[in-house]
Design a protein around this ligand. Structure first.
Ligand code: PHE
Length: 335
């Protein structure tokens, strides 16, 4: 009986030897290990035979079994080292699509500003900027808004206390971008064709339609023979480019100390069934030219100004200005 078992073990070893030379991958090594050494594999069942053979041959069989097990394990381990770890499926699946990366988007305010800018740049305007902390002169005085003029009530101003300021000078956070008009007219002779975008400040409490900090863009065109017709033509072209060719607009008389006559440009919103104010505009008041040393007999001009938040809210149907500043990704990623 022991002879028969030893022969079987010899045959098993022989078969194993033939198989292992053909092995050429980590997966094949693993398959062979399972075939021979797993709990239900071909080899472990022989250990059961230890209990069946006569006691005097038991050590002989035991030793044979141990030897064979060591042999099988060593052969398998050597191959395993050769082929590395078992993988399930190919290591790199080249057919997989890449890991999607979340792309940022431009802020809706910047997007709106870019669009407004490109419309005016295409019409020949260039971009100017100026300081946020202004002197009273540039923000009010030179714009025909003298001290104690009631029109200063139109803008609740954030004044700055500056111990270094000269006698009689008042510093403030600019309430509109119009001081850039003043600065440009002081340093440049007509023809002038500029737009001035930027941050402005008013003493408003934050609510759905007001923010103490918001953005405006201002425009100024000064040359010989500029008329109200030019103003209407340019601003109508702008409104159509921005909101579509079919947009319905109206010019409504208004008042600004630095323009005369002055108007607001309204656009009709069918969805809301009402007019919405888009911008303020007017012919530059000759008094402003006189103050800045531009010959008001020779030159005329028009100016306009608008809130960028308002334009963006109109364009994208946003009903609360606070969304622009919350930086909630769920809001921002819609643009
Ligand atoms: N500066 C004005 C405002 O802030 C807007 C405006 C600019 C009006 C230029 C007319 C001309 O309300």
């Amino acid at each position: 009986m022991i002879e028969a078992i030893l022969n079987e073990l010899e045959a098993l070893k022989h078969k194993f030897d033939e198989q292992i030379v053909a092995v050429n991958s980590a997966n094949a090594v693993e398959a062979l290990r399972i075939q021979y050494l797993a709990r239900k594999g071909e080899f472990p069942q022989y250990f059961k035979k230890l209990g069946e053979v006569p006691a005097e041959v038991r050590p002989q069989l035991g030793q044979k079994l141990n030897e064979l097990r060591d042999y099988l394990e060593a052969a398998l381990n050597a191959k395993k080292e050769l082929f590395g770890q078992v993988t399930r499926g190919p290591k790199v699946d080249l057919t997989l699509s890449g890991i999607p990366r979340r792309l940022g988007t431009r802020h809706p305010l910047l997007k709106t500003l870019d669009e407004i800018k490109s419309i005016f740049i295409a019409m020949g305007f260039s971009v100017e900027s100026g300081p946020l902390a202004e002197n009273d002169y540039y923000n009010f005085e030179a714009l025909n808004i003298p001290r104690n003029h009631p029109s200063r009530d139109m803008q609740d101003t954030l004044y700055l206390s500056d111990p270094m300021r000269e006698e009689g000078e008042t510093y403030l956070l600019r309430t509109h971008t119009s001081p850039v008009q003043v600065r440009t007219m002081l340093k440049q002779k007509p023809p002038i064709r500029i737009i001035a975008p930027g941050r402005v400040f008013r003493k408003d409490n934050l609510d759905a339609t007001h923010s103490p900090v918001f953005h405006q863009i201002e425009g100024l065109y000064v040359d010989e023979g500029v008329t109200m017709g030019d103003l209407k033509g340019v601003l109508l072209a702008y409104a159509r480019k921005l909101l579509g060719r079919d947009i319905k607009v109206r010019f409504r008389p208004s008042y600004f100390p630095f323009t005369e006559p002055s108007a607001e440009l309204d656009v009709w919103f069918p969805a809301k069934n009402r007019w919405m104010e888009l911008l303020g505009c007017g012919m530059v008041n000759p008094a402003v030219f006189d103050m800045l040393g531009i010959d008001s007999e020779k030159y005329t001009g028009f100016a306009f100004g608008m809130g960028i938040e308002r334009v963006a809210m109109t364009k994208y149907a946003i009903d609360d200005i606070r969304y622009f500043y919350d930086n909630d990704v769920r809001f921002l990623q819609q643009f």
